[in-house]
Design a protein around this ligand. Sequence first.
Ligand code: S3P
Length: 427
Amino acid sequence: MNFNIRRLNNFEGTFKVPGDKSISHRFAMLSAIAQGRSVASNFLFSEDCLNTINCFKQLGIEYEIKGNEVHTYGKGIGGLKSPNEPLYVGNSGTTIRLISGLLAGSNINCIINGDISICKRPMKRIIEPLQLMEAKISSQNNDGFAPIMIESADLKAIDYRMPMNSAQVKSCLLFAGLNARGNTKIIESIHTRNHSELMIKQMGGKIFTNNMEILIRNSQLKAIETFIPGDISSAAFLIAVALIVPRSEILIEDVGINKTRIKFIDILKNMGAKIDIHANEKKQLEPIGNIRVVTSDLKGIMIHDVSEIIDEVPIIAVLAAFADGVTEIHNGKELRIKESDRIKSIISNLRAMNIKVEEFDDGMLIHGNPDNVFNCKFESYHDHRIAMAFSCAALRSEEASIMKHIDCIATSFPNFSEYFKGNIDNI
Ligand code: S3P
């Protein structure tokens, strides 16, 4: 399916966005190994998160969906059973990496598989450290990619300095650490998203953080009831549209404002964006707040590292195209191994809209043009964040533009186009 996208003249209103993808995954997994019934409201019912739930159903866990709530009947650590069929994660990197860590020491034998894109994404980054923990995990074709095979093993704790900045790899090892003998220590060089740490702590797990180090011990988890905040990475698309469409003003309510996720807002503010965050006072598992955005004149910026804005680079690149001056993005090699090679997919879409771009091995240089006139055919490369970022750009095109292959949006933000009814239609 494709989108036909027409120019938006202004964007106003008060909105909420669906629940956070990273937190929904972690809830579906950790509640399965907690003892008793856990409840999460505002769970994200996207393809990726539903794939996580389906995997755990195959592992013997019962979930009930009631409105926007998920009720999990957790069976405690050691309560999962080996599945009869391979587990299928679809397009979800978070599912395959986190579930591998969780199952490695859970007395489970299984194969984990996914779609074509998942089978091209690197899994050595989890296989190698899990093998150091004495996990029996391998890539079925011995090529470092999925399908992944896991056999039952007793894990031992390790000290591990992260060779890359990845919350998926960190969380994989923390989940393995919940089942390992001794203290697993993980050392990061930046603070990647810390949702696993916060949820394990809330569930009573033995986890301790000290600056860049995280220590975790074999622990039983207790059930929780929680509200999953709106996904700030989905809100980023609405924020961007409000910034570039004239005479816009929006308020986004009840969105997650965890410090490890809002670095892109600092970057946008440095580009001249008028954005205010109001934190809710109420103490909860994750920080939550409201975000107000008004149309702003943007200027180019230098970005030295993408680690803390990894999911927002596509939409930042779109904003850079409408900004005055040059934007440079460096230290972004990880962008090449996401749902698509995001350096390539961003650059080819920027070129389609007549923007001058230079490609680096680890990033790009974008010559912004606030007066750019374009209408074009964009390509999603089957990557949800590319599809949404350039659909936002198309809302500023002169005449209708097309975004091709938009089915991938269902992996993270299924109702994205409803925010722009009348301007974005399926064709
Ligand atoms: C995620 C971590 C990030 C991010 C992904 C979700 C998570 O991936 O890009 O969308 O939920 O832990 P990396 O760990 O590969 O950076």
